[in-house]
Write a protein that binds this ligand. Structure first.
Ligand code: ZN
Ligand code: ZN
Length: 348
């Protein structure tokens, strides 16, 4: 029972580092007239959540940006949404009218980099600020379950990356690193009509999953060779190479594997203190493009929702673990170890 005069509490999982995630009470947020309050149902742990050098900088903090939930409360000025609706909420949303947004570079938008919901996804309740209400709340269709909805954000990121990489029917794709992001790229490349899809990893469980999810060939990165790639790809290297691991050795492998006219997409990047050398004259002569993709924008999220809804990209088989929010520590360990887990979901 709530005692009058005392603020209501809620449970959150607070990140200190990969092996220290604590369950702590925080005040249940009070929303303003332009905000909504969402009761979290499912929240996915992202590979980037266990990217320790990146995350400890802002710790202690409630992480989590792959969430679905139910609208619990709606501010007086919000007419677009109602209490009880099942939603996916985007944490970073662009302003849609700055210099960067105007040219489709929404993920470079200052608003996108500074928006977030409060206190984070690994929390019983989430306060959604005005900008996110305006541009980052998506009602879930009946076809998408709460758990499947946690893959909307990760899929949106891959949708954006393959668009930027110039993915077209008939192109061959090599995905380097077969974690959740890499496996989503495998599935999406198939759905986008790739002539062949190849994947690499050093973990047998992930290599097996890559094959199950449609890769024509899954190579152990430790004995991957260009000859093997060419043999499997009509004597060609890959038209699109998507780097999905921060491992430095993978960059060299990626660079070597691009066919003339091809594109190397940096979906993941090595640590900021690493300097990488590129054979620029070869790229120039062979018409090779290097490009990057960070996060996703509302149009990518809308596309991801359609892909999941229509089952053009099946995501349910990526979910390997479902844990109570209280077991967040265990969830983080599973993701950080990257052994036989893929998407790990916390439930409130
Ligand atoms: Zn993520
Ligand atoms: Zn903007």
């Amino acid at each position: 029972m709530d005692e009058p005069g005392l603020e209501e509490k809620m449970k959150t999982a607070v990140y200190y580092n990969n092996s220290d995630v604590r369950i702590e009470d925080q005040p249940k947020p009070e929303i303003s007239t332009n905000e909504i309050l969402v009761k979290m149902s499912s929240a996915g742990i992202c590979g980037s959540d266990v990217l320790e050098w990146y995350r400890v900088k802002t710790a202690p903090r409630v992480l989590g940006h792959e969430i679905t939930g139910i609208i619990e409360e709606v501010g007086a000025n919000v007419s677009k949404y109602q209490k009880g609706q099942r939603v996916f909420v985007s944490h970073h949303v662009p302003c849609e009218n700055c210099h960067y947004c105007k040219f489709g570079n929404e993920t470079a938008c200052k608003t996108l980099h500074t928006t977030n919901y409060h206190p984070g996804g690994f929390s019983e309740y989430i306060q959604v600020p005005e900008q996110n209400v305006k541009n980052g709340v998506f009602v879930l269709p009946d076809e998408i379950s709460d758990n499947e909805g946690t893959l909307i954000e990760p899929l949106a990121c891959t949708v954006r990356a393959q668009r930027i990489a110039g993915m077209q029917t008939g192109k061959s794709v090599l995905v380097i690193g077969s974690g959740v992001a890499g496996l989503l790229h495998v599935k999406l490349a198939k759905s986008n009509g790739a002539s062949k899809v190849f994947a690499t990893d050093i973990n047998d469980f992930r290599l097996q999953k890559a094959k199950e999810f449609g890769a024509d060939e899954a190579f152990n990165a430790n004995d991957f060779t260009l000859e093997k790639l060419k043999q499997a790809n009509n004597n060609l290297l890959a038209d699109i190479v998507i780097l999905c691991t921060a491992a430095e050795s993978a960059v060299a492998q990626a660079v070597d594997s691009i066919e003339k006219g091809g594109t190397l997409m940096f979906f993941a990047v090595p640590d900021p203190d690493k300097k990488i050398e590129f054979p620029m004259s070869k790229f120039w002569r062979d018409s090779i493009t290097l490009t990057t993709s960070y996060a996703g924008a509302p149009k990518d999220i809308a596309e991801a929702i359609e892909l999941i809804k229509s089952k053009k990209v099946v995501v349910s088989d990526l979910i390997t673990h479902e844990l109570a929010l209280e077991k967040a520590q265990e969830g983080f360990e599973l993701v950080a170890k990257a052994q036989d887990s893929l998407k790990v979901i916390l439930k409130a």
